[in-house]
Design a binder for this molecule. Structure first.
Ligand code: ATP
Ligand code: MG
Length: 354
């Protein structure tokens, strides 16, 4: 099937005929607008270009590093994230969608990579640092959480990915993977591929803020999101609560655009740039109320989300088909991961019986 067409696994060695894309999401909640502009849109573009072998991984092992006490949440969201994928247009005939915990090569690769990383290096990772502060771990950081960037290196390298479409928060993790690959290749020989991050061109899409405006980004774990699955009423409710300019008390007051989440979203999602420029000018001059701008943002977002919502409802009618798609994808991904693992073992001289 797809796999054989795209990747040749010959005598345990993967020969890639084309570029490989890998990325993933933690099943810690449903996917939101940050995922959509930060990563999903880029994956779709590369998937649809036909030039890439695409792998998308549902990172349940990673989600458990900070949700180990809530396994039902992680389990339920594996299915929700899969539905979100199908809803936005990831196509299982062109993208292999797999479940991290069902791929035994990944923890094995992680163990080998852990030797190539120092604890101090993991503690310096700015994204991990921010997350540790947000989650209030203080001195009780689960070892698995601190090390998740290493397991992410296993995720990225199992298929020898060249490109990883991600939001800006992932850049430190990508750098960590690149360091591991360089270190592995220099000690054991050229086996792994150094991946490149693919991030969106606009700052708003690279790190979409949450609706409260105070957190560093929209995030499932922070509860500040607009979700792809939100119905029309929920969408409006979330836009209604959105942070604007706290100094803009009366309609006639001049308002601020900078840090005003409604305008950030219009810059990211709006297409009528002339009208948005006009709204901005009016808002700054005074005389334009927040509600009017929010209603326009609602129109813009609803137009983008309505078809996604509809496709999601359609796929949700057949949960068995979604699970089957995940089973097939994981099986195909395991073949690739096991082939890489064989190469890794040989390079590390632990392939004792040939
Ligand atoms: P969690 O809070 O559990 O970490 P999350 O909302 O940060 O969840 P992830 O699953 O960690 O989502 O991220 C999946 C992908 O989506 C990554 O590539 C990440 O960079 C991207 N992403 C997540 N949030 C945003 C955002 N607000 N803006 C741009 N990209 C984002
Ligand atoms: Mg995250």
């Amino acid at each position: 099937m797809l796999l054989l067409e795209l990747l040749l696994v010959k005598e345990g060695v993967i020969i890639t005929t084309r570029k490989v894309l890998l990325t993933g999401d933690r099943p810690s909640g449903q996917l939101h607008l940050g995922h959509y502009v930060g990563s999903l849109k880029n994956r779709l573009q590369l998937q649809d270009s036909g030039d890439y072998d695409c792998f998308v991984l549902i990172a349940d092992v990673q989600a458990l590093t900070d949700n180990f006490d809530n396994p039902q949440k992680v389990r339920d969201n594996v299915y929700e994230v899969a539905l979100d994928y199908l809803a936005v247009g990831l196509d299982p005939t062109r993208t292999t969608i797999c479940i991290q915990s069902l791929m035994p090569a990944l923890p094995e690769l992680t163990v080998y990579y852990l030797n190539l990383v120092t604890v101090a290096r993991l503690q310096r990772n700015p994204t991990t640092k921010t997350e540790i502060a947000q989650k209030g771990f203080k001195a009780s950081i689960p070892a698995g959480f601190l090390c998740y960037p290493v397991s992410q290196a296993a995720d990225i390298t199992f298929c020898k990915a060249h490109v990883v479409p991600v939001g800006e928060d992932q850049l430190p993790h990508l750098e960590q993977t690149r360091e591991i690959v360089r270190s592995f290749n220099s000690i054991y020989g050229e086996v792994l591929v150094e991946p490149e991050a693919l991030i969106p061109s606009s700052a708003g899409s690279r790190r979409l803020p949450g609706i409260t405006g105070t957190d560093s980004k929209m995030s499932k774990s922070l509860g500040n999101g607009i979700y792809l699955a939100d119905d029309k009423d929920t969408l409006w409710e979330r836009i209604r609560q959105m942070y604007t300019d706290p100094g803009h008390l009366r309609v006639e007051d001049p308002g601020q655009i900078e840090g005003n989440v409604v305008f950030t979203y219009l810059d990211v999602f709006g297409t009528d740039t002339a009208y948005i420029a006009q709204l901005k000018e009016h808002y700054q001059r005074g005389g334009l109320g927040d509600m009017k701008v929010k209603k326009y943002l609602f129109e813009v977002l609803d137009a983008e989300l309505a078809p996604i919502r509809e496709r999601r409802l359609e796929h949700a009618k057949d949960p068995g088909a979604v699970l089957e798609m995940l089973r097939e994808g994981t099986k195909a991904a395991n073949e690739v991961a096991n082939a890489t693992l064989r190469e890794v073992r040989a390079a590390m001289k632990i392939d004792y019986f040939g």
